[in-house]
Design a protein around this ligand. Structure first.
Ligand SMILES: NC(=O)c1ccc[n+]([C@@H]2O[C@H](COP(=O)([O-])OP(=O)(O)OC[C@H]3O[C@@H](n4cnc5c(N)ncnc54)[C@H](OP(=O)(O)O)[C@@H]3O)[C@@H](O)[C@H]2O)c1
Length: 298
């Protein structure tokens, strides 16, 4: 397939290289031209003069730049750079696939701009590190019109080992990606607080990890809680919410004795108190996760 690839940072370079290895023809553009030239030298790919140049003649053009501002700059030309933006080079009916982790709002703006130009747009943020991109083992979160997703499937199949199709509105894929990253970010802090608590009592972080790997972190345990919360299925309780509050209090107390601040645990304590105030003390402790009011989109 004739492809364009814009943004050759850690992720983009690895994904573009994987597409080239799979035999696709790829026109490359990167703000810092030297990275495009390095990849072109080892692969025989063409270096384009601008994002529009990478898009011209391509059936699918992919972007993997840092953030909202960088994406708007290369696609719509909203930055202060001189380079002609992607939207001016992409042919009517051709597809822009945004791989970056960007906001649903900017994704929606891109969708509207591409529609107005008679072009197709798909949001396909990815999960996985550059080494997974290099092996073609990313998880692709794709949303956009079904026939356009079908056209992009051969590309997703090269950079990823699994594609989740998340509906017709591109911004949905971006919402899922930021939600998934939030789960990971929260886990990082939780690890930090739990390790510090164990270390406060002379236990190595590695010893705690060994326990967690045999229990709380087992995939089936995480999966069971994930499903319970997704379905709001909290009765009967496997572990009563009131006892969950007791255990968070125990962690905070043990932390206090070790002069350890546990900011996330403090937030959790408040969240359990909200659940108790709502009368959920005898439901499963996972019911706490569903006590925040929120709006559900149609
Ligand atoms: N790294 C990961 O593990 C990972 C995993 C999943 C998703 N992601 C997401 O993938 C995207 C790329 O991440 P990365 O790790 O490849 O980042 P990176 O290594 O920092 O590369 C950033 C890329 O964006 C370009 N860029 C930045 N600002 C720009 C601007 N104003 N105009 C044009 N180009 C601009 C950079 O060009 P220069 O070379 O000129 O600086 C570079 O090509 C991000 O949205 C990130 O959140 C990353």
């Amino acid at each position: 397939m004739d492809l364009g690839f814009i943004g050759l940072g850690n992720m983009g370079y690895a994904m573009a290289q994987t597409l080239l290895r799979a035999g696709h023809s790829v026109a490359l553009w990167n703000r810092t031209r030297a990275r495009a030239e390095t990849l072109a030298a080892s692969s025989g790919a063409r270096v384009a003069e601008s994002p529009a140049g990478a898009a011209r003649g391509a059936e699918v053009v992919l972007t993997s730049v840092a953030d909202d501002a960088a994406t708007a700059a290369v696609v719509l030309g909203t930055g202060d750079g001189e380079a002609e933006p992607l939207i001016r080079g992409l042919a009517p009916g051709a597809v822009h696939v945004s791989l970056s982790t960007i906001s649903p709002a900017v994704s929606k703006r891109l969708d509207e701009a591409h529609k107005a130009a008679g072009q197709e747009y798909v949001a396909a943020p990815v999960i996985g590190r550059p080494d997974a991109a290099d092996r073609g083992e990313l998880v692709v979160l794709a949303a956009g019109p079904a026939p356009t997703l079908d056209r992009c499937a051969p590309v997703f199949g090269v950079i990823g080992s699994r594609t989740h199709r998340l509906g017709g509105s591109p911004e949905r894929a971006n919402a899922v990606k930021v939600a998934a990253n939030f789960v990971m970010a929260a886990m990082l802090e939780v690890f930090g607080e739990a390790y510090a608590l164990a270390e406060g009592y002379g236990v190595d972080a590695a010893a705690l990890l060994g326990v967690l790997e045999d229990s709380m972190l087992r995939p089936e345990v995480l999966d069971a809680y994930g499903k319970r919360i997704a379905k709001s299925d909290f009765k009967p309780a496997g572990f009563r919410l009131k006892l969950g509050l007791k255990d968070v209090d125990l962690a905070l107390g043990a932390g206090e004795s070790a002069a350890l601040q546990m900011p996330f645990a403090s937030v959790l304590r408040d969240r359990f108190l909200v659940a108790i105030a709502r009368g959920l003390e005898d439901q499963d402790w996972s019911a706490m996760a569903r006590t925040l009011p929120h709006r559900r989109a149609a």
